[in-house]
Design a binder for this molecule. Structure first.
Ligand SMILES: N[C@@H](CCC(=O)N[C@@H](CS)C(=O)NCC(=O)O)C(=O)O
Ligand SMILES: [Zn+2]
Ligand SMILES: [Zn+2]
Length: 190
């Protein structure tokens, strides 16, 4: 295949360990690495094709999941963190030197507020929750991927047992919509 969806997915992946209770994430700097300590495994871990999520070099997709904010702490070199786009819903805190995103936090009113977005591949340990689905798949076209090859990309995910979506999966889309319904002006019930 002439593309890599992600180095940890290209050749298949193992299921995570259901007893996994967290671990440490490190940025890619050779020295003075930023260390983030997670007090739990991720939930909703998934491949994301959007342009905003951090991906390893050469990969078409990011792998990203969520953990409760109170389970996330920066335990070394926090001075190297900066928010890459302060106008985004997800405030992605990245290393100023190597560019790796350490955690993404939502400060505005949002269905996912209270959950931080993290990349468990930044850990040296195994056993993290395996990806559950692929999101924002068509978004890779916006970053230059040839539309003609999208069938191959979707087939690759299907072969791995991962459903593909062009936004988030139905569970997460329903949560977003329910939040919108709750916060929008009252409407007649359907
Ligand atoms: N097609 C767009 C999609 C961007 C997008 O909506 N990303 C999703 C998935 S990470 C999101 O929730 N973004 C909120 C944010 O980045 O603040 C792109 O690739 O840039
Ligand atoms: Zn770094
Ligand atoms: Zn994304």
């Amino acid at each position: 295949m002439s593309f890599s969806i992600h180095p940890l997915l290209d050749n298949g992946f193992k299921k995570g360990d259901s007893n996994k209770s967290g671990g440490k994430l490190y940025c890619h700097c050779k020295s003075n690495r930023i260390e983030v300590t997670l007090g739990s495994d991720t939930a909703f871990n998934h491949a994301c094709g959007c342009s905003k999520c951090w991906k390893p070099k050469g990969a078409l997709f990011s792998i990203v999941g969520v953990v409760p904010v109170d389970k996330v702490s920066v335990t070394a070199n926090s001075n190297k963190l900066h928010v890459i786009d302060t106008s985004a819903a997800i405030q992605r805190h990245a290393c100023k030197d190597c560019g790796v995103h350490m955690y993404g936090r939502i400060e505005v009113d949002h269905a996912f507020k209270g959950l931080d977005f993290v990349h468990s591949e930044l850990s040296d340990e195994k056993g993290w929750q395996e990806p559950q689905f692929a999101a924002f798949v068509s978004s890779i076209i916006e970053q230059g991927f040839e539309p003609e090859k999208m069938g191959d990309v979707r087939k690759k995910f299907q072969g791995l047992g991962l459903e593909t979506f062009d936004c988030l999966n139905p569970t997460l889309m329903d949560l977003l919509a329910a939040h919108t319904a709750k916060t929008a002006a009252p409407k007649a019930k359907l």
